[in-house]
Design a protein around this ligand. Structure first.
Ligand code: UT7
Length: 321
């Protein structure tokens, strides 16, 4: 029997009220609403409360996705969390989430591919289900990037937000997920990294996010366009056959440049960066959840998800909803 996977449910969680650009100025950051909006399109982001963790947000998003899918947490046989801001060094956030949901026995692990993490994780879950070993998967992107930002570095701290998004995948006789493509280039480690570690009870190196903004910008536009074409070709489709493009939400100029290079009109592109900022691995599932729940994405439509981030990593996944 051929196994495929289909998306059965989505969920999302954003912590607290929106924090606007003017709120950041009021908190003493030497920036302006005009600079942030013009360069990035970001108007607001959500920030986790003190003590609120990636796993707690993942749990909220997961419960919504399970509810939409009509699947009990106990019946999941695979749980993958994409995060670069895990609650602990170990165990994985996926195991913490499994415990919070009351599931026992499922395969559970984290995926670390930074802002491409959710696309990586969803592609991995699809391969598990296609192999026939697993039937019901929960895939979550959850991040508390506010904890790894240097709030003295205005070039990075204004760009990111916190949140979680989730998808439930289940085995089906017809596809669902049509194709995916994942890539990385470790020669570009330095353009986006948190180059620190904990050793002997102390942080060594630099525990904050560091970025060469312009190098990231140029690389992101190039690889997002390439991988979108590659993924469409793998599914024997053209970009014009897509109903929706959901790129990683980092910067409206990257999103618009990618959509334009693919020849897609802007109303086929889902955008949340204006209200969420860059939530790293959570950005794609949060945008997907929003467009599913407000009725834009309908059953039978074709959707291309795209991630790009530190590593450098990038990937795309095409599915029929
Ligand atoms: O998941 C991937 C995540 N990363 C990205 O998507 C980032 C991609 N890169 C970008 O989006 C852009 O490179 C940025 C938005 C980060 C920066 O835009 P830019 O046009 O590359 O600006 P820049 O870094 O070259 O800085 C231009 C000026 C500088 O001032 P001077 O030296 O020209 O006087 C900065 O000091 O803007 C200044 N600046 C700011 N001013 C006000 C940098 N950050 C800020 C700020 N507010 N927040």
């Amino acid at each position: 029997m051929t196994h495929y996977s289909r998306l059965a449910g989505t969920g999302g969680y954003l912590p607290g009220p929106p924090v606007t650009n003017d709120d950041l100025v009021a908190r003493g950051i030497n920036t302006s609403d005009d600079w942030i909006v013009t360069r990035t399109g970001i108007r607001a982001r959500h920030l986790a409360a003190p003590g609120q963790t990636s796993c707690q947000m993942a749990t909220e998003a997961a419960l919504q996705a399970l509810d939409m899918a009509g699947i009990a947490a106990a019946d999941l046989d695979l749980i993958i969390v994409a995060t670069s801001t895990p609650d602990y060094i170990f165990p994985s956030t996926a195991c913490l989430l499994q415990g919070a949901l009351g599931n026992r026995g499922a395969t559970a692990f984290d995926v670390q591919a930074v802002c491409s993490g959710f696309v990586y994780a969803l592609s991995i879950a699809d391969k598990f289900i296609r192999s026939g070993t697993h039937q019901k998967a929960l895939v979550v992107g959850a991040e508390t990037f506010s904890r790894i930002l240097d709030w003295q570095d205005r070039g990075t701290c204004v760009l990111f937000g916190d949140g979680a998004g989730a998808v439930v995948l289940e085995a089906a006789e017809e596809s669902g997920i049509l194709a995916s493509a994942l890539h990385a280039d470790g020669s570009l480690v330095k353009i986006l990294s948190v180059p620190g570690q904990i050793a002997h009870g102390q942080v060594t190196g630099d525990p904050f996010l560091r970025m060469e903004g312009q190098a990231v910008f140029k690389t992101a536009v190039r690889v997002l366009t390439e991988v979108a074409r590659e993924c469409c070709a793998a599914a024997n489709l053209a970009p014009a056959d897509l109903d929706w493009l959901i790129p990683h939400q980092a910067n409206i100029r990257i999103i618009e440049a990618t959509g334009k290079r693919m020849g897609l009109v802007s109303d086929k592109v889902v955008v949340t960066v204006d209200r969420h900022g860059n939530t790293s691995a959570a950005s794609v599932p949060l945008a997907l959840n929003e467009a599913v729940r407000d009725g834009r994405i309908r059953r039978g439509q074709r959707v291309l998800l795209e991630g790009v981030g530190g590593g450098f990593t990038w990937g795309a996944l095409l599915f029929e909803f």
